[in-house]
Design a protein around this ligand. Structure first.
Ligand code: SF4
Length: 70
């Protein structure tokens, strides 16, 4: 799994940070999403998918595999 975010799309609702605080945080100043780990461990994949589904603006992008350079 490879995660990316679109901070410009984020409206700071905080759904992701509430759902998976190990992976998502919010900026202290404007509340936009901060990605803590682009490659979440296996045991968080399901929760990350759920968080992506909760995001009201689809600012969380989940790719099944990381085929970019590490
Ligand atoms: S759920 Fe979406 S809009 Fe809300 S803070 Fe997370 S990325 Fe931003």
């Amino acid at each position: 799994m490879h995660l990316s975010i679109e901070p410009d799309a984020c409206v700071g609702s905080g759904q992701c940070a509430l759902a998976v605080p190990e992976i998502f945080d919010q900026d202290d100043e404007d509340g936009t999403v901060v990605l803590l780990d682009e490659q979440p461990p296996q045991d968080l994949h399901e929760a990350v998918h759920e968080a992506a589904g909760l995001c009201p603006v689809q600012a969380i992008l989940v790719a099944a595999a990381d085929d970019t350079a590490r």
